[in-house]
Design a protein around this ligand. Structure first.
Ligand code: NI
Length: 186
């Protein structure tokens, strides 16, 4: 196991479209995923996509901690989850604005618009299906990580007035920005 170096915004690996994983059960993929979990634990993050550790492949890991979960039946805490070759679909038109950070954009946070409800499917490192419906924070985390596979960083999802809610984590906290953690449905 190893703690991996995380690419920061400005590195081209974060802007490319990642390639499908040919064999999700391959030993090198298992090792990559194990190292990504170790890296996520080390940095105390919510999610990490392979391009963020300089591997342009379509897989990400995530978890939803109790304090992030909104309590909705599809937004409950969820343990370490890997999704390889994910397919994402939006369910319905409802949107949310939730505070996001990114390990590739350290020290900053922004309120980012996302779909409220999604469905995702993929496989794990044993080739078994991983399928989920998600709302709220769970849905936002999955959309954020999925975006990394298409070279999209969260500031690219922000529009117009959303930039009012973009700043350094430390200063936003000091300013007492309302609903700093929780996603608020629009
Ligand atoms: Ni990110």
């Amino acid at each position: 196991m190893a703690i991996l170096k995380i690419a920061r915004m400005g590195h081209p690996v974060l802007l490319q479209t990642a390639a499908p994983v040919a064999d999700p059960t391959a030993p090198e993929i298992r090792k990559l995923v194990a190292d990504m979990f170790e890296t996520l634990d080390d940095i105390q993050g919510a999610g990490l996509a392979a391009p963020q550790v300089h591997v342009p492949l379509r897989l990400f890991i995530f978890r939803v901690r109790a304090e992030r979960s909104g309590g909705d039946k599809d937004d409950r805490p969820i343990g370490n989850t890997v999704v390889i070759n994910p397919v994402l679909s939006f369910l319905g038109e409802e949107r949310q604005i939730g505070w996001e950070g990114c390990l590739s954009i350290p020290g900053l946070r922004a309120a980012v618009p996302r779909a409220w409800r999604i469905r995702y499917e993929g496989v794990d490192t044993e080739g078994k299906p991983v399928v989920g419906e998600a709302t709220g924070a769970h849905a936002a985390i999955v959309q954020h990580e999925y975006d990394h596979l298409d070279g999209i960083l969260y500031p690219m999802r922000m529009v117009g007035k959303d930039f009012v809610n973009f700043g350094f984590t430390e200063d936003l906290a000091k300013a007492g920005v309302p609903e700093f953690r929780r996603a608020a449905p629009l």
